[in-house]
Design a protein around this ligand. Structure first.
Ligand SMILES: Cc1cc2nc3c(=O)[nH]c(=O)nc-3n(C[C@H](O)[C@H](O)[C@H](O)COP(=O)(O)OP(=O)(O)OC[C@H]3O[C@@H](n4cnc5c(N)ncnc54)[C@H](O)[C@@H]3O)c2cc1C
Length: 398
């Protein structure tokens, strides 16, 4: 068993680290670089995206023939962590949710025509995209089988009616990946479709105000009142919606974890810097055992999260679904992010609670980690099912 990174991946990792340090961290200090929703301003982003492209760091998760870097999932794990050392990192390199997960899914399951029409413009950074699944109660949330939004077949078209919410990026997205109910079948009742912002028959009801900083385009509630989707814009077969969801969410859950580990490491560094300088009662804070316990515990938790993520990544690279490994990583890393940023705020004292550092930004952002792409409780339920099924074989090596 060898835990070292291949040289080519480590080179990429170091180049992401250098770009983040030189180009993104200074920008975080500039209030003018932010939009009204605490994200990077779009015109500033465009400039940085051009620089990322020129540096050969654009879209590491996409194949080279589409303009990406063709990294395996293990390579993504190493690089995404470095990127999200800055809050502006993932979106600069075209690795932010939900575009990241949408691209990975379309690249896996789209037909060549669909890839050219729907995927390539996202890879090129010309359009943004959304995944449209969750509904307000009593519709689909943790349980996709409760879906109420319907797509009814009329000749070679599908007519969509219903309501969705918390659709990240919908305010700016041009391409949408929609899951809708096409029959009452419990396993084969959902189907996936693609539609364009310019098609009539839907509207954004509101941009939902949230506690954290927002992705571009916010988290929106959407209403569908007769959106017509040609059958050629159906993804996979009729009834494969659940399968599309699982393919879409599998890697996307893990890339969330990769990014969150970067935020966790950044939080720790801000704490380390402060406790190395700050004195109380005659000694540096870093010299106090109780402070060391906090730092040591959080550092260890981050490493546990990294190992879980790498193991799941290696399994995905071998063509496995890695459902169990991804669920474990998702639960653990969501908690690691909370642990790291909470520790960092505590160790920074009042400064940690202020807006003088980005800790409070990360703290508010972190709260979604236990909810998005499956609440932690649901992932624990999945693990319990695996365990009850596999018992002592749950802990296998192969
Ligand atoms: C910031 C943010 C961005 C999002 N972006 C998107 C997006 O782009 N597209 C999209 O489609 N959705 C998106 N979502 C929705 C997200 O995927 C759902 O919130 C999530 O799947 C949970 O669904 P729900 O909110 O309906 O919770 P519910 O299903 O109502 O569950 C509520 C709570 O009940 C508990 N629970 C539920 N089921 C179980 C169970 N089986 N066992 C034990 N406990 C359980 C959990 O604690 C859960 O948090 C986003 C959400 C947030 C907060």
């Amino acid at each position: 068993m060898d835990f070292t990174l291949p040289q080519q991946i480590d080179d990429y990792r170091q180049r992401y680290r250098a770009f983040v340090a030189e180009r993104l961290l200074p920008l975080e200090q500039d209030p003018d670089a932010y939009d009204d929703h605490e994200n990077i301003r779009l015109d500033v982003l465009e400039r940085l995206r051009a620089e990322a492209r020129a540096a050969g760091l654009w879209a590491p998760q996409m194949p080279r023939e589409r303009g990406g870097q063709g990294l395996p999932v293990v390579g993504m794990a190493a690089c995404y962590e470095e990127m999200n050392y800055s809050i502006f990192g993932p979106v600069t390199f075209n690795c932010a949710a939900p575009d990241d997960g949408n691209m990975i899914a379309l690249n896996k399951i789209g037909t060549e025509e669909q890839k050219a029409r729907w995927l390539q413009p996202i890879v090129d950074g010309k359009v943004r995209s959304s995944i449209v699944m969750t509904e307000p109660a009593p519709g689909a949330g943790s349980d996709p089988a409760m879906m109420l939004t319907t797509a009814e077949r009329k000749g070679d078209k599908w007519i969509v009616r219903g309501r969705k919410w918390f659709i990240t990026g919908a305010g700016v997205a041009q391409h949408f990946l929609l899951i809708a109910k096409t029959s009452g079948d419990k396993r084969k009742g959902l189907t996936a479709f693609l539609f364009d912002r310019d098609q009539p028959g839907w509207r954004i009801v509101r941009r939902i105000p949230v506690m954290g900083p927002e992705e571009h385009g916010g988290h929106c509630e959407m209403e569908f009142d007769g959106l017509e989707i040609p059958d050629e814009n159906r993804l996979m077969n009729v009834g494969d919606g659940l399968k599309v969801t699982q393919i879409r969410l599998g890697t996307a859950r893990l890339t969330h974890c990769m990014r969150w580990l970067g935020l966790a490491r950044r939080s720790m560094d801000i704490a380390a810097e402060y406790v190395s300088q700050r004195e109380a009662l005659g000694s540096k804070l870093a010299g106090r055992e109780s402070v060391q316990w906090l730092l040591g515990e959080a550092a260890m938790q981050i490493e546990i999260g990294r190992l879980l993520v790498m193991r799941a990544a290696a399994r995905l690279d071998r063509g496995e679904f890695a459902r169990k490994e991804i669920s474990m990583a998702k639960i653990a890393v969501a908690d690691v992010l909370h642990k790291a940023v909470d520790t960092a705020i505590q160790l920074n004292g009042a400064r940690g609670y202020s807006k003088d550092t980005i800790l409070e930004w990360i703290y508010r952002y972190a709260r979604q980690a236990r909810l998005v792409d499956g609440a932690s409780e649901v992932h624990r339920m999945v693990l319990a099912r695996f365990y009850m099924d596999e018992r002592n074989d749950y802990w296998s090596w192969n």
